[in-house]
Design a protein around this ligand. Structure first.
Ligand code: ADP
Ligand code: ZN
Length: 215
């Protein structure tokens, strides 16, 4: 199964992706997570990507496509995967279509998580992420607080606010989303695999998706 998750920053793509991973035994491919890891490791890709990411701008399409092509060739992708945060631009979607055609692969679902802008803003500023690179659990100080303030329930590491979750970086990320990523909804609108679901409550959103997928 090959799924694309669309939605603004803060729409809940990461949370929903993890729930789908568990249900269907497929892997989550988050370009954001892959890039953050590359930055941390100081690889060539990481060095190039860091300046874009810290200011909330998009990393160039060519870098993203190299990452994707390499990632989907790994053995753990054989059962299927879910793209979280990719494609992010029309050129990425066009390149993805070519890559899939080349590999004889199909997109089974293109899911748009719909959330009003004020909800997105509130979610982004209230998000805390586990600082342990192997965990990266996500919390929300209002709706999903950790049991102990500032500490990850799963692994006990410190929770932090990401560099790109300052008010200024969030403003840029949202502007970038409306300008570059929202047009993807028109691009995929008439694809048979496309559908939209409201994304206010994670469990309800997940249930609605599972029902639509019929598997
Ligand atoms: P968000 O929470 O904004 O969805 P992600 O974790 O998906 O953030 O991505 C963080 C940053 O990584 C983005 O702001 C952008 O700089 C970069 N990035 C991630 N995925 C892509 C992509 N598909 N194309 C371009 N840049 C990307
Ligand atoms: Zn943790």
């Amino acid at each position: 199964m090959h799924i694309i998750l669309l939605g603004a920053p803060g729409a809940g793509k990461g949370t929903i992706a993890k729930m789908l991973v568990e249900k269907y035994g497929i892997v989550q491919i988050s370009t954001g997570d892959i890039l953050r890891q590359a930055v941390k490791e100081g690889t060539e890709v990481g060095k190039k990507a860091a300046e874009y990411m810290n200011t909330g701008k998009l990393v160039p399409d060519s870098i993203i496509m190299d990452i994707i092509e390499e990632r989907i060739a790994k053995p753990d992708c054989a059962k299927g995967f879910i793209f979280d945060g990719f494609p992010r631009t029309i050129p990425q979607a066009e390149e993805l279509a070519k890559l899939f055609a080349k590999k004889n692969m199909a997109i089974d679902a293109i899911i748009n998580l719909e959330v009003p802008e004020d909800v997105v803003l509130r979610r982004l500023t209230s998000r805390r992420t586990c600082s342990n690179p192997g965990c990266q659990a996500i919390y929300n100080i209002y709706t999903m607080p950790p049991k102990k303030d500032g500490i990850c329930d799963k692994c006990g590491s410190k929770l932090v606010q990401r560099d790109d979750e300052t008010e200024e970086a969030i403003r840029v990320r949202l502007e970038t989303y409306y300008e570059k990523t929202q047009p993807l909804i028109d691009y995929y609108q008439h694809n048979n695999a496309y559908f939209a679901v409201p994304s206010l409550d994670a469990q309800e959103t997940f249930d609605a998706i599972v029902q639509r997928l019929h598997v």
